[in-house]
Design a protein around this ligand. Structure first.
Ligand code: ADP
Ligand code: MG
Length: 361
């Protein structure tokens, strides 16, 4: 159902954004070793932009003349693409800008979208530089799909656009904890997982969601306000109770809450194996308090092949949703969106099916 980039393409070329600090600092070497040759052989003109600081990519994309580029490609982890997506949404012409095809080349230590895109080809899993060349090949092929975006509203009123994941509790702690192990690369997630298991915590909070089966297109109130970008018609203000057809989760003790918008949580963890690039779904997982450390270990081991739901763990729940509300009651904690830390507090989210475009399988 995709279209070929060459069909929509004015032959202009790709903007390739490289974060030289991503992963173990090898993104430039990866470009020189693999990507330059692949793009040249495929006859795809491109220009490198090397980011110098956090938010550099966001600023570049916010002010770029998008008529000059066929696609915006990121050679980094998921964090840099998060900046690109939000930079596009910052623009006054966001509606057109967000239609610019995006591309992902794994050069970071958190390469979940790249692993998801490879998974959608149905090829057997690959890692590291093999994943890079697989994604490089898909980029050269240039098949453009729609990509879901999830609008996330924080208590401060800030709004984020996410393509990958929202995490609270165990997974978010691991993600942030792992920053200090950056020198060991992708293994940093495994190491942090083991450490976080040793000090397994339970978080208090309230979780509610709109099940995917719901026919509803909008709530009576809706949440639009002054911000006209992708109106969240399924949400009502945080001060109001969730609408009647939402499911309020009974439990209020969570080890983790994880909302997935693509298949992979990182290169090694296939958290939502059935997810597709534009399925319009929030794949919502939560683990309730009382789960044993051994079971958590088994769940994360099984997740490496996407088999965690087969373990029949009574503490693990999986639901498909279109919107959710999460209200932490524990005062301190970590929340991440696409692996990046965001302000801690109540939030709401709604999926916008196919709101962006991605060069994919
Ligand atoms: P990784 O998967 O290794 O974490 P990311 O692409 O997620 O790689 O990048 C991590 C963070 O680095 C992002 O928050 C991004 O804003 C930031 N960043 C981008 N360029 C630079 C730079 N030149 N120096 C330091 N940080 C940068
Ligand atoms: Mg990252």
């Amino acid at each position: 159902h995709g279209v070929l980039l060459s069909e929509v393409r004015r032959p202009r070329g790709m903007m390739v954004l490289v974060n030289p600090q991503s992963g173990q600092g090898q993104a430039m070497a990866l470009y020189n070793r693999h990507i330059q040759r692949m793009l040249t052989e495929a006859d795809i003109p491109h220009t490198l932009f090397i980011t110098e600081r956090q938010n550099h990519a966001r600023d570049l994309v916010r002010s770029a003349d998008l008529t000059e580029w066929d696609a915006l490609v990121v050679l980094s982890g998921d964090g840099l693409l998060f900046e690109v997506v939000n930079g596009l949404m910052d623009r006054p012409d966001w509606e057109k800008a967000i239609q610019t095809p995006l591309g992902i080349l794994p050069g970071g230590s958190g390469n979940a979208l790249a692993a998801s895109v490879h998974h959608y080809t149905r090829a057997s899993p690959v890692w590291g530089e093999d994943l890079l060349t697989s994604c490089g090949f898909l980029l050269c092929k240039g098949l453009v799909s729609k990509l879901d975006l999830v609008s996330i509203r924080l208590a401060s009123g800030a709004r984020l656009f996410s393509f990958l994941s929202l995490a609270w509790g165990f997974v978010a702690d691991v993600d942030i904890e792992s920053e200090r192990f950056r020198p060991i690369g992708a293994l940093r997630f495994l190491l942090s997982t083991l450490l976080s298991l040793a000090s397994l915590r339970v978080y208090q909070g309230k979780l509610a969601f709109l099940p995917a089966e719901s026919e509803r297109e909008s709530s009576s109130a809706g949440l639009c306000g002054a911000d006209s970008r992708l109106p969240d018609r399924l949400l009502v203000p945080l001060e109001q109770p969730v609408p009647q057809d939402w499911t309020q989760v009974e439990e209020q003790e969570f080890v983790l809450v994880l909302a997935m918008f693509q298949a992979h949580l990182d290169e090694d963890l296939r958290a939502a194996p059935d997810a597709r690039v534009d399925d319009g779904l929030i794949h919502l997982f939560y683990v309730t308090g009382g789960v044993s450390r051994l079971m958590m270990l088994r769940l994360f081991r099984a997740m490496q092949s996407g088999k965690h739901l087969d373990l029949g763990c009574a503490h693990l729940v999986y639901r498909r949703a279109r919107a959710l509300r999460l209200e932490p009651l524990s005062t301190a904690g970590v929340m991440t969106v696409d692996g990046e830390r965001v302000e801690y507090g109540p939030l709401q989210a709604q999926v916008h099916r196919g709101a962006a475009r991605l060069i994919s399988a």
